[in-house]
Design a protein around this ligand. Structure first.
Ligand SMILES: O=P(O)(O)OC[C@@]1(O)O[C@H](CO)[C@@H](O)[C@@H]1O
Ligand SMILES: [Mn+2]
Length: 450
């Protein structure tokens, strides 16, 4: 009974079926463009495939491109979404999900690109890119987005140096900090990690070669764009409910569900370093993607590559930071995990039932940070919620531990706002939900008293 009431009160999924919506424009314009870039990347790497696998590599390249061109055509002409055929670890999960989507369709129509939920078809596109490679074994490990991720890391060297310098200076003085100073630094580094999610991948972009292009310097100007700021509740968890002046640190386990590689990943590593070196946390578990995903998302390879590059940098504080991070990984203070659930199309409220092992892992955490926009869409089931609906309600029972979303807005779902706040923003700036200019630090806890 109660379940039926909950089901009926869930708003509909965002979808390209709403012509003119952001979902519609993404499926119509952005996804085919991404597919075209993927095809181009594979083609440009033809010589590499030949060098590595001979003629077989070239044939694999041709077949993969042909599958991807077919996919792009199916997308653009709103053809049915097809079952996967690559027989790998998550294939059955995807095909079962397709059946679930089928059951949701009116008049027994097949799920399709413009009629099904946006979250589903967008995730499906990235999984289909992977299928086109899985079906062509010599090139199945090729990361079609690697070049873009690498470029974004190298283009952000200036702010990366600045933030590593900030971290190392802070670490030197950590023992002398008062609780109030610790809180100040915590807020700064949390916000650096938050704005690291901005779509251009670099907070200091456009300030060209200025030496003082530190992400920390921009924070004050960015504050008005944080629409919900629950940082005090996050701090409260990390200090066992003590406000500044007290001296109780959680020293527990923090999990970070990562989003993008490049500059954002570095800001997450910096934040994680601070949490450990300040004693606020004793352990940090990172969660990344087990396949190339949404162009810039972090895979295991990206994670370790980034740390190696930071260590190898010709910059004292960057290099010191990288060395410290290697040590944290070696001694188990930090650990990296991936799980196929993160690259499934499921809303996170499905996790307890569909990936109970991952849910149980997260339940062991004291505080989980979810980075970025896609994680927010999955937390809130990517539905058309009213802006004043409570975050807890949109989570629909997903509550493995205290959690905090650090997200810049790049899709039109936003809950937990004050009455009138969303309407005012819409009146002033119609694209406020998709421009990446605004952000939220949104917290929820199973132990929350209010
Ligand atoms: O999760 P992220 O990296 O912050 O953003 C992912 C994203 O770029 O992809 C989708 C649009 O195609 C949106 O959810 C969002 O804008
Ligand atoms: Mn991403």
């Amino acid at each position: 009974m109660a379940n039926q009431v909950v089901l009926r009160s869930v708003p509909q999924s965002l979808s390209a079926k709403f012509v003119g919506s952001f979902a519609y424009l993404t499926v119509k314009d952005r996804l085919p463009t991404i597919l075209t870039k993927v095809i181009d990347t594979i083609h440009r790497n033809k010589d590499k495939f030949f060098e590595e696998h001979g003629e077989e590599g070239v044939q694999a390249e041709k077949r993969a491109i042909s599958l991807l061109s077919k996919l792009r055509n199916e997308l653009q002409t709103d053809k049915p979404v097809l079952a996967l055929t690559d027989n790998v670890v998550d294939t059955d999960m995807w095909n079962q999900y397709l059946q679930r989507q089928q059951a949701l369709m009116d008049d027994n129509e097949p799920p399709s690109w413009f009629k099904s939920p946006w979250l589903y078809v967008e995730c499906y596109m990235y999984r289909k890119i992977q299928e086109s490679l899985h079906l062509n074994p010599p090139i199945c490990d090729f990361d079609v987005f690697k070049e873009a991720k690498t470029k974004s890391f190298f283009e952000s060297q200036q702010p990366i140096m600045a933030i590593c310098t900030y971290l190392q200076e802070l670490n030197k003085n950590m023992d002398d900090l008062s609780e109030t100073q610790l809180l100040e630094h915590f807020l700064k580094l949390l916000q650096v990690s938050l704005w690291g999610n901005k779509c251009d991948l670099s907070i200091s972009a456009g300030q060209d070669n200025s030496q003082k292009a530190s992400p920390v310097d921009s924070l004050e100007d960015l504050k008005p764009f944080i629409l919900v700021d629950d940082s005090n509740l996050v701090w409260s968890v990390l200090t066992n409910g003590k406000i500044p002046g007290g001296s109780s640190k959680l020293q527990g386990r923090v999990d970070i569900v990562l989003d993008n590689a490049g500059f954002e990943l570095v800001t997450d590593l910096i934040f994680a370093d601070f949490l450990v070196s300040s004693g606020l946390a004793s352990k940090v578990c990172f969660h990344g993607k087990s396949m190339p995903w949404f162009v810039s998302d972090t895979t295991k390879e990206d994670f370790h590559w980034t740390i190696r590059q930071t260590l190898a940098a010709n910059h004292k504080w960057m290099s010191k930071s990288g060395a410290q991070w290697q040590c944290y990984l070696k001694d188990g203070t930090w650990s990296y995990y991936d799980h196929s659930f993160w690259t499934l199309p499921h809303e996170f409220c499905d996790m307890a039932a569909d990936a109970p092992d991952l849910y149980a892992t997260l339940q062991k955490s004291d505080l989980i940070f979810f980075k970025g926009d896609l994680n927010y869409r999955k937390l809130t089931s990517d539905r058309d919620w009213g802006h004043t609906e409570p975050f807890e309600k949109a989570l629909r029972g997903f509550q493995p531990a205290s959690l905090c979303s650090l997200r810049t807005l790049k899709a039109n779902v936003q809950v937990g706002l004050q009455p009138g706040q969303g309407e005012n923003l819409t009146a002033q700036e119609p694209t406020w939900m998709t421009s990446g200019k605004y952000a939220v630090v949104q917290f929820s806890s199973p132990h929350r008293e209010q």
